[in-house]
Design a protein. Structure first.
Length: 79
């Protein structure tokens, strides 16, 4: 049974990460966006960059795992 995945914005909100905290985590994992472009992507209606989306999702999922939870953030844009 597969659990429902959540969006980047929902993941960030559930974790209580600030935009800056998420940005620093993304930079550490190889993300290349500046802070504004990162937040634009997190709250975007569409997914302009699939690879950057995966980096952001990985950062959020790592944070969930660090807190003893599953990894609920989708690695692709959810409609």
């Amino acid at each position: 049974m597969t659990e429902a995945k959540i969006t980047l914005a929902d993941g960030q909100r559930q974790l209580g990460l600030t935009d800056t905290e998420l940005w620093i985590r993304c930079l550490a994992l190889g993300g290349s966006r500046d802070l504004r472009r990162l937040t634009d992507h997190v709250y975007a209606v569409s997914c302009p960059d699939g690879e950057e989306h995966k980096v952001i999702a990985q950062c959020l999922n790592d944070a969930f795992v660090e807190r003893g939870h599953d990894h609920p953030v989708a690695y692709h844009h959810l409609e």
